[in-house]
Structures are given as structure tokens and as C-alpha cells.
Design a protein around this ligand. Structure first.
Ligand SMILES: NC(=O)c1ccc[n+]([C@@H]2O[C@H](COP(=O)([O-])OP(=O)(O)OC[C@H]3O[C@@H](n4cnc5c(N)ncnc54)[C@H](O)[C@@H]3O)[C@@H](O)[C@H]2O)c1
Length: 360
């Protein structure tokens, strides 16, 4: 089989992470990086040079009409995801699109339909779904070792103040980012929770605070999510912490507990009181790990591997448009809840009240 010829659209942080993640597939001959696009053409030229690509451009339409491109990685500001992904799908390119899938539910549907109509793969690049630690946590939960999960916590704590307060940055500029920190990074926690706990029933945004982004958008959030299987999850998100960054998850089951912390050398420990062979002490399963922020590279590597394999094996990727949309729904339920001051469910999300508040 000839290499899959890939174009990267958006050569900022995430675009560069995609480039790094494709390297093993370039080395194995499965992938060729053929074109880079960024509105900042110097940035595109730099990436094209680094990977020996034949083409670079400033205009994304030029990349998606390039006949040498079979698939695209879209790593653009959120408001551009839908239009570029839809156009790429219509041009017959497989699409790997960064999270959050799109800024509206309507756009998520259009992306899904465009990929279906053109019979191309659509995968959302959701790093948390592909974190080796999250995959291991799901394996432990599914094994039944901690019984039924009744409570979970997920935290992502970073300091993004210089980035989000930069007047020229699209991050946390609502019309470009589609929301604040909760929408941007909350989708990660929503995806991880949905992967491990199943579908959500209702969402209550306890707090969407404005610490650095006063009177603009949320940069801190605490959101409670009730899952259909009964568990309650608490998502805690901060982009303004005054310490080094960390990601932490806790899952409390009727017969055990799983704790995960990116600060630990062995990032997961779990205790099982189940059956005839309960744990005598916390068990620390072997799982690949790197400290923050290199930690993210593992997930980028895994998600890109999944995209490449889904094309080569001609099967649906493990995180499709449908999963990307479900995470956007959960995040937008949080936004709606904070506006209405009460818990909301999926019916509320698709109601006229939500539309009046600009959620569609
Ligand atoms: N999974 C993760 O951990 C993770 C981490 C960071 C970012 N992301 C996601 O990746 C995406 C990009 O974020 P980022 O941090 O790389 O942003 P970024 O600002 O670093 O990069 C975006 C790039 O897009 C370019 N761009 C903007 N408008 C364009 C246009 N019209 N045509 C072509 N290029 C254009 C910019 O010049 C910039 O180089 C977002 O969806 C973000 O949420 C994911």
C-alpha cells in the first residue's frame, strides 16, 4: 500500500505536535507529509522544510484542493474547524480535526454528514481519550475490580494566563474559541468521563469564574455531571494556577478506588476490595508515562496512530465525529447550566431557551 499523503493545516502548537506524532509512520513508510498550511506562511514554510514536504501555503483552500493530499490534520482555532473539515471531506480527504470538534452542535452535524456523504474518515483529535493512563483506567473499571463507579473527579490545572490575556490571541476570544476555558479544555474531561463512565444525564455548572479574563470568558470552572449509569463526576478546570501544571483523576467505586496523577512517577494506583483476592496495598499498574508537559506527546502519538491505522485498515476510527459531538454537547450543557443557574439535560440543550442564549 502506498503511503497516506497528509497535509497539516495550522502549524502552531498542536500542528507541530501532529507533525512529531506522524514521524514514526513516516519512518515506517505508512505516511508522507506532503503539505503544510498556515495563514502565517513563514510558519507553514518552516514546517514544510522540517518534514521535507513538497508544498506549503497560507490559504487552506489551496491545501484541500491539492490532488497530492489524501488526508488532513486540522489544528486551527476552533471557529475554523467546521468550515475547513467540511470542505476537506467534500474534497475527498480523510479528516483528523482537533478538539473541540466545532463551536456549535449544528456544525458538528454538518461535519459528520459531510464525511459520511464523501465516505471519508472523520476523527476528532481528543488527546484524553488516547492517554495511555486513561486507557488503563478504563481497562480497570471495565474489569469490575473497583465495582460500580459512583463518584469521579477530573482536574486539569494549568497556567495559561500569558496566552489567554494576549489581546492578539484567539484563545478565550469567544467568537474564535467558541467559549472560555471550560469549552476549550472542559471537552477533554468530558471525553475522558464519557469514555470511562458512559453517557451523561445532566450537567450543573457550579462555577465558571473569571480570574484573569475578567468580564470576558470563564478561565476556571467547576462542573458536576450526572451519568446515566448513576455516577456523579466533578470536572475541575483552572487556567490560572500559581504552581506547575498537573492533570489528576479519581474514580471511586463500590469495591475500590483508582487515583491518577501526572506528578507521580507511577501515575496510576488502584485499590480493589473485591472478591477472594482483594488488594493488600495500592496496586500500581505498569503504564507508559512522561511528566508534564511531555505527557501530552504520548496522547498525540496515540491519536495520530489511531487515525493512520483507521485509514490503512479502512475502518471507523475509535473517536469519530459522533464522540467529538457528544463531548461538545456535554461542554455546552455546562455553559447552558451556568447561564440558567440550574442543572440541564440534553432536552434543555436542544430547546428554544438554549437557542435564545446562542447555543445551537
Ligand atoms: N489536545 C491538546 O492537548 C491540545 C493542545 C493545544 C491545542 N489543541 C487544539 O489544537 C487547535 C489549535 O490550537 P493551538 O494551541 O495549536 O493554536 P495555535 O494558535 O498555536 O495554532 C493555530 C495556528 O493556526 C493558524 N491559523 C489561524 N487562522 C488560520 C487560517 N485562516 N488559515 C490557516 N492557518 C490559520 C495560526 O497562524 C496558528 O499558527 C485547537 O483546536 C486547540 O484546542 C489541543
Amino acid at each position: 500500500m502506498s503511503p497516506i499523503r497528509i497535509g497539516i493545516i495550522g502549524c502552531g502548537f498542536a500542528g507541530c505536535m501532529h507533525g512529531i506524532a506522524y514521524q514514526p509512520h513516516i519512518d515506517s513508510g505508512d505516511v508522507e507529509l506532503v503539505a503544510a498550511c498556515d495563514i502565517d506562511e513563514e510558519c507553514a514554510a518552516k514546517m514544510a522544510k522540517e518534514y521535507n514536504m513538497g508544498a506549503h501555503c497560507a490559504n487552506w483552500q489551496d491545501l484541500i484542493t491539492n490532488k497530492n493530499v489524501d488526508a488532513v490534520s486540522i489544528a486551527l482555532p476552533h471557529y475554523l474547524h467546521a468550515q475547513v473539515a467540511i470542505a476537506a471531506a467534500k474534497a475527498g480527504k480523510h479528516v483528523l480535526c482537533e478538539k473541540p470538534m466545532a463551536t456549535t452542535l449544528e456544525d458538528c452535524d454538518k461535519m459528520i454528514n459531510a464525511a459520511k456523504d464523501s465516505k471519508v474518515k472523520l476523527m476528532i483529535a481528543e488527546t484524553y481519550r488516547f492517554m495511555p493512563t486513561m486507557v488503563k483506567i478504563k481497562e480497570i473499571i471495565d474489569s469490575g475490580k473497583i465495582g460500580e463507579v459512583f463518584f469521579a473527579r477530573g482536574s486539569e490545572c494549568l497556567n495559561e494566563v500569558p496566552n489567554i490575556c494576549d489581546a492578539g490571541s484567539w484563545h478565550c476570544t469567544p467568537d474564535k474559541a467558541g467559549g472560555g476555558a471550560w469549552f476549550d479544555a472542559g471537552v477533554h474531561i468530558c471525553s475522558a468521563f464519557r469514555y470511562t463512565l458512559g453517557d451523561v444525564d445532566s450537567v450543573r455548572a457550579g462555577l465558571l469564574e473569571h480570574i484573569a479574563l475578567k468580564e470576558k470568558e470563564d478561565d476556571n470552572a467547576i462542573v458536576l455531571l450526572k451519568f446515566k449509569k448513576g455516577a456523579v463526576g466533578e470536572a475541575f478546570l483552572s487556567e490560572t494556577i500559581g504552581s506547575p501544571p498537573f492533570i489528576r483523576f479519581e474514580f471511586y467505586g463500590t469495591e475500590g478506588t483508582i487515583l491518577m496523577d501526572t506528578d507521580w512517577d507511577e501515575p496510576i494506583k488502584f485499590f480493589s476490595s473485591k472478591g477472594e483476592n482483594p488488594s493488600e496495598e495500592w496496586e500500581k499498574p505498569v503504564v507508559e508515562h512522561l511528566p508534564m508537559p511531555q505527557f501530552y506527546a504520548l496522547s498525540f502519538r496515540e491519536e495520530v496512530k489511531e487515525f493512520v491505522e483507521s485509514i490503512r485498515e479502512n475502518r471507523e476510527p475509535k473517536y469519530r465525529g459522533e464522540e467529538g459531538k457528544a463531548a461538545v454537547e456535554m461542554a455546552l450543557m455546562g455553559v447552558l447550566s451556568s447561564k440558567l443557574g440550574r442543572a440541564v439535560d440534553i432536552k434543555d440543550l436542544y430547546s428554544s431557551a438554549a437557542r435564545k442564549l446562542g447555543i445551537k
